[in-house]
Design a protein around this ligand. Structure first.
Ligand code: ADP
Ligand code: MG
Length: 344
């Protein structure tokens, strides 16, 4: 009897030890964990092959950046700079400073069509708020006078920013999510994550490929259909894919759609014949700034700007459903959803 118990103990012990051994040696990075939370005024999905702690740290990073760069959050860097417009210099975090500098670079590149001092117009239209409106012409012109990226003063030594005139205001909405994606990706890589997918309100970033070695498959949204309907699917690794378009945030008045990418020259939502612009490149801040910039520039000037840049691929869709690809994408995109055609 005793001997049998001993044998059983040994047998069971063996299986427990073997099971435990398996559990410990199985690479933990293979487990996908993910969550979706509302931050930065949008839905943020983070999916990683890593630990719960790392996932939490990633969301915390997004939260921190939102608290620094939100235009509307009291106490943020941007809130303070806007409050002190025409008065004082404001010291900002290194993150905020870098994003402002990059935004100003794209303002230069686009001759001021992309302009991070767009705030007066953004506030006037209120697109995305509960009370959007078509402003009267006088109000639009007053707002336009306050928009000028050349009147943002920077002091790199003190990391200080000052807006030249009261009423001016910074808005990093067209670039902040890209920076956040880069920043979270860096945090994840530092923590040893080899495979991850981030989606910050349509601003996608992938680390590595999938753990099984295959690439990530990222759908490009059909700008004329419901969310989740795709024009094509790209297979990618270690890159960012950012899409801008008028279908994201808008309101409809008298049968006409008014969207959230505003042309500072007209004071109205930009109508350039483009339905969407997707930018594929390793830096998500570049992708974010560029997708909005190219959208504002329109097809011809947008393609010309893209020509000048290295390591950047793009897919532009026009309102008449023609698809334009940069040369590096042509071998990748072989088919399109029904109704779309390649531009020859
Ligand atoms: P999304 O935020 O939907 O991804 P974008 O990256 O294209 O879209 O950014 C749009 C946001 O950028 C607007 O909601 C507004 O905050 C800001 N914005 C609007 N017009 C301009 C402009 N001409 N230049 C810079 N930023 C702009
Ligand atoms: Mg953008």
């Amino acid at each position: 009897m005793r001997q049998r118990t001993l044998i059983w103990t040994i047998v069971i012990g063996f299986f427990v030890a073997a099971g435990l051994g398996l559990a410990l040696t199985r690479p933990r990075a293979q487990e996908a964990i993910s969550d979706t939370r509302v931050m930065m005024d949008t839905s943020i999905e983070i999916r990683i092959f890593g630990s719960k702690r790392t996932l939490e740290a990633a969301f915390k990073r997004v939260q921190e950046l939102d608290e620094l760069m939100s235009r509307t959050r009291k106490g943020s860097d941007i809130y303070k700079v806007n409050q002190e417009a025409g008065r004082r210099w404001v010291e900002v975090s290194a993150d905020t400073y870098q994003v402002i500098e990059t935004a100003l670079k794209f303002a230069e590149l686009t001759g001021g069509l992309f302009d991070p001092t767009i705030t007066p117009l953004v506030e006037l239209w209120g697109i995305g708020t509960d009370n959007p409106q078509i402003p009267d012409q006088g109000a639009i012109e007053k707002a336009q006078e306050l928009i000028d990226y050349r009147r943002v003063d920077l002091d790199p030594k003190g990391r200080k920013v000052r807006l030249a005139q009261p009423g001016m205001g910074l808005d990093l909405g067209a670039i902040g999510k890209g920076y956040a994606a880069d920043s979270v990706a860096q945090l994840l890589r530092e923590r040893g994550v080899k495979s991850a997918l981030l989606n910050l309100g349509g601003n996608v970033y992938v680390i590595g490929g999938k753990p099984d070695g295959t690439p990530w498959r990222i759908g490009i949204q059909d700008p004329f259909s419901n969310r989740g309907t795709h024009v094509t699917i790209l297979e990618v690794r270690d890159t960012s894919i950012v899409t801008s378009g008028p279908y994201e945030r808008f309101f409809i008045r008298n049968g006409k759609r008014y969207h959230h990418i505003l042309n500072p020259e007209t004071g109205y939502p930009a109508e350039t014949g483009l339905a969407s612009v997707s930018i594929i490149c390793p830096s998500s801040i570049t992708g974010d700034a560029l997708s909005t910039s190219v959208f504002l520039l329109g097809l011809e000037r947008g393609l010309a700007l893209l020509e000048e840049l290295e390591n950047v691929e793009a897919m532009l869709i026009t309102n008449d459903r023609k698809v334009y690809l940069t040369s590096g994408l042509k071998s990748q995109v072989k088919s399109l959803a029904k109704g779309f055609e390649f531009h020859e």
